[in-house]
Each structure stands twice: as C-alpha cells, then as structure tokens.
Write a protein that binds this ligand. Structure first.
Ligand code: AMP
Length: 546
C-alpha cells in the first residue's frame, strides 16, 4: 500500500524561496573581486536570483544545459548556484586551480554553453577560449564600470544582464532526480571525472548535514566558508545554511591568513569551514600578531587529515571547538563529522582530541564498510583497516559520461570505492589511514603515511610534512619524510627523528628525512604524492640495520 502523502519534488529553488520568506533579513556579506565589501540579505539575493533566472532563459538556456562558473566565493557565485539550477539547468563549478589542460578538458567534456567568470580568471579563459568550440559566450561577473578589455568572444556583463529583469520568476517544477550541478574530481592521474548531483541528492545532503548536531549550522551563525564554491559545493554549505537562516561572510579572492583574520574580526564571524592548510596559515598570522579571536568559536576542518597539533592549538590556546570532517566530491561531499556525544564531551580534553583526530561518524544515510583485499568485510573494532566503501542517496552512482572511470569504481554490491584506507571503531568513528595508493608496505605490514605526517607536524619547526614509501631491498618499502620547515634553523633531521621516536612505533620511524622549500599540492590543496614519488624515485635510503 502506498502512503497518501504529496509527492512534492525536492528542488533547490525551494531552499532559496524558503530562506527569503523565513530568514529574509539575514545578511550575506562578501568581499568582491573588485575589492569592496558587498552586503545584502537573503531577500535581496532571492530577487537577484530570480532576475538571473530570467536572464538565463533569455539567453536560451534550457533544462539540462550546462552553465559553468569560474569564480571565488562571493554573493554572485552564490546567486549562480540557485539561478542556474533553479531553471533546471546544470551549474558546473570549475576549479581554477586545475591544470589548464584539465580545465579545457572538463569544459569540453561538460559541453558548457556559457561560462560565468570572475575578473581574476578572464586571462585564464583568454588563453584557452580558442579550444572551447561549444562555449557560446562568457558572462563576466562584474558591473559595466569594471568590464575588462578582453579578447574573449561574446562577452556579457553580469550586472547588466540582471538589470531590468523582473524580480519574480515562476520556478519550473520537475523530477527531483534532475541534475542540478556538476563538479569534476581532480585525480592525480588521468582526466578529471565528473560527478553529477541531482536536486534530490543535494537537498538530502543539506538536510542530513543539518542533523549532525554541528552547531555551526544554526540561525546565530556568521559563517565564513573558506571551502570554495568552485569545488565540492563548498561542502554543501550554500544549500544547508540558508535553510536554518545562518549568515554568510564570503571571503572573495583573499584567502591568506591576514585577510581572513581581518574578515573574521570585522564581520564578527562565529564559525568557519576549510582545509587544514588554510587554518595553519591563519594560525601563523594570529601568532605573529599575538592576537585573539573575538567572535570565532568553531571550525570545521576537512579535505585532508587535520593534524592533532592543529586541533590542540585551536582548542587549547584559542578556545575553539574543532570538528573534523571527511568526504569526497563523489559524496556531495560530506561523509562523516567528528561530533562528540555528550559522554565524550565530558572526557578530559586530551581524550577528546584522541577522538577528534579521527574523521568522525557517518552522516545519516551514509553507509560505510571496510573490506580486505578479497572484498570481505572487516570488523569495526578500531584496529582492522581496509578499503573504505560507501553507499547512500547522496553518493554518486556513476561518473558523468565516463564508462572507463566507472569500470572499477563500484564493488559487486554497488558500493562506491572511496580509494581511502580506514579503520572504523566500535562507536562508528572512522579513521583514514591513507589513500590506497599511498600506504607504505614495509615487510608486509602497513605504515600510515597520514599518521606519520601528523606526528611530524606536531613539531613546532615543521610547517608541512609528507611521507612516501621508497623502495628498500629488504623491506620492500620504507618511509621517507619530506618536510617544509617554518625556517631553515627550526629543526634538523636528527632532532626531528628524536622528536618522533616516542610518537610512533619504532619500525614506523622514517629511514630518512629530506627538507624542501615547498611541498607540491593538487588543485584542491592535497599533498601531491605522485609528484613526490617521481622526484624521489631513485632515492637511496641510508643503510640502517632495520
Ligand atoms: P575531494 O574529492 O577533492 O574532496 O577529495 C576526497 C579525498 O580527500 C578523500 O577520498 C580523502 O582521501 C581525502 N580527505 C578528505 N577529507 C579528509 C580528512 N578529514 N582526512 C583525511 N583525508 C581526507
């Protein structure tokens, strides 16, 4: 027997309609590329989003057409999320940090009809426009006064497009499984792969995010999303926060520690989401100034493992509540958050940090399993580790138009292979040990490069650390620690080795330590280990007796 309830589709347009109706006075602040601070409310954003919808329709954008964005976190980018998806088209967010060749590939693969671009990225598009045969025009996200002289063909001015359009648009109603947005993952090998989200998956993701108990998702929040709108939907914030009426402070193009600190203080930011490197940069700046945060209370850290030292410093020295999160582009993206239970919150701080270095518990609707090399399930005892697979309504069922990428992406039961190696403990907390490709196999046993890196990052002289396996005649592979120091005098190899000796098992200690000026990163700020492995391919480890 079927239930007798209305079958109203879950559509993204409903979020912004709701936010305007219920939280109309809530503010959205952004630092623009032009340099000023823009302020308005959800109600005003709603009107402009509807003007944008009219403008896109006038350009002939139809259901399923792809319209790309190449932009920083700003009010205009936020408007594009809703305007494009609201009319049934697909908002394709492009990560400007991808290699140029990858950007060309994804624009052509997605068959974008228009690209909405911030002034900062116009030169990038000018270089490649000749290789983008399907792009019909470029919408520059600025007003007439700031329009650049450009070689781009068919250029339109965003503010002019919106001007004079009616402020009321009747959103179409369609199947909730219709695609709403598209984001390409930036793997370290091969072409990027497209993840095509639906209205249903995006709405479910934002609603489940709101059930985690994360206090940064509430009506009193002044949220600084440093996590970019150009990658993984800014972790779902643009859809989740408007539902509860939290306020946004978009940082625009200025993501260095000093600019972020100033924005946080000026705008009374209470919560911020971003990757560890961003918070390391911010901390360095705050220490340099010997400053404090007057309003910031909590940070969500994800995208890469949050080093214990970062969690400890933020919580012990700056009074923050740190939440560690894990996810993937393929998961909309949040998979788990380290929200503590009331009993865990009563534990001494040190014990709480033991839990917070883990990546947390699954969001409602995300099923997790870890398996051995034969695909057999492993116990959730916090010790056994194996490949992590996921299943649920906010997880991809296949990459967009890419049969080859889909070949090995799922197991026989249809679970998605994350490519992460993890443990899961009896409370359901997962801990990422490594990427499957990055684990170091020494004498048949696995060494977690993430754990070693985190231990090294605990030394005050270490700005960033990477661990890779290098060939060893006896053990197969042994760890090499590559370190960027805070200054050349900050620490030497012997001191670092000594520091690590009581922090990890003896046989995990790196056989060698190399110091570098800078570590290579992917377009999403993760350590680019393929590059490091290439660089140290013929590395001769010192012959120690291990
Ligand atoms: P992306 O699709 O760019 O978001 O990258 C997803 C990958 O980032 C995951 O599969 C993990 O390998 C890594 N990742 C994300 N969050 C974390 C975290 N908190 N700790 C460790 N690795 C993470």
């Amino acid at each position: 027997m079927q239930g007798l309830m209305m079958d109203t589709p879950l559509l993204i347009s409903a979020v912004i309609d709701y936010a305007a109706a219920v939280h109309g006075e809530t503010r959205i602040t952004s630092r623009t590329v032009e340099g000023d601070i823009h302020r308005y409310t959800y109600r005003a954003a709603h009107q402009r989003i509807q003007q944008l919808a009219h403008a896109l329709k006038n350009l002939g954008i139809n259901t399923a057409d792809r319209v790309a964005t190449l932009a920083w976190n700003s009010h205009r980018h936020f408007e594009l999320y809703y305007g494009i998806s609201g009319i049934g088209a697909v908002c394709h967010t492009i990560n400007p940090r991808l290699f140029t060749e990858q950007i060309v590939y994804i624009i052509n693969h997605a068959e974008d009809r228009y690209i909405c671009v911030d002034l900062s990225f116009v030169p990038l598009l000018e270089q490649i426009a000749g290789r983008l045969p399907r792009v019909e025009g470029y919408i520059i996200l600025t007003d007439r006064a700031h329009m650049p002289v450009t070689s781009l063909p068919n250029v339109l001015c965003y503010e002019e497009l919106l001007q004079d359009q009616p402020q009321q648009f009747d959103w179409p109603v369609f199947d909730e499984r219709t695609a709403c947005s598209l984001c390409y993952t930036s793997g370290t090998t091969g072409n990027p792969k497209g993840v095509l989200y639906s209205h249903r998956s995006s709405l479910l993701h934002s609603l489940t995010l709101l059930t985690t108990g994360d206090r940064s998702l509430g009506p009193d929040t002044v949220m600084l999303p440093v996590v970019p709108l150009f990658h993984v939907n800014a972790w779902g914030l643009p859809y989740a926060l408007p539902v509860v009426g939290g306020s946004f402070v978009f940082p625009g193009p200025k993501l260095d520690g000093a600019s972020l600190y100033e924005m946080i203080e000026q705008e009374g930011v209470t919560h911020a989401w971003g990757v560890p490197t961003v918070w390391l940069g911010l901390l360095q700046e705050v220490k340099r100034r010997q400053a404090r945060f007057s309003t910031l209370r909590s940070m969500i850290i994800g995208g890469s493992a949050a080093p214990r030292s970062l969690i400890e410093t933020l919580e012990n020295d700056y009074g923050m509540d740190v939440i560690h999160g894990w996810g993937m582009t393929e998961m909309s993206p949040v998979g788990s958050t380290s929200i503590l239970s009331p009993a865990m919150r009563r534990l001494p701080k040190k014990k709480q940090h033991d839990i917070k270095v883990k990546q947390g518990r699954a969001l409602f609707g995300v099923e997790l399993k870890i398996v051995d090399a034969k695909g057999q399930r492993l116990p959730h005892d916090g010790k056994a580790f194996g490949e992590l697979l996921v299943r649920g309504p906010t997880i991809t069922s296949g990459y967009y138009n890419d049969p080859q990428a889909n070949e090995n992406a799922f197991d026989a039961e249809g679970w998605f292979r994350t490519g992460d190696v993890s443990t899961i403990d009896e409370h359901g907390f997962l801990q990422i040990v490594d990427r499957t490709k990055d684990v170091i196999k020494s004498g048949g046993e696995w060494i977690s490069s993430i754990d070693l890196e985190n231990a090294a990052m605990g030394h005050p002289g270490v700005a960033e650390a990477a661990v890779i396996g290098v060939p060893h005649p006896k053990w197969g592979e042994r760890p090499l620690l590559v370190v960027m120091r805070t200054s050349p005098q900050a620490v030497n190899a012997e001191q670092l080795h000594e520091y690590l000796s009581d922090k990890v098992a003896k046989w995990w200690l790196p056989d060698a330590i190399e110091f570098v000026e800078e570590l290579p990163h992917t377009a999403t700020g993760k350590l680019l280990k393929t590059e490091l492995r290439k660089r140290y391919k013929d590395y001769q480890l010192p012959t120690l007796e291990n």
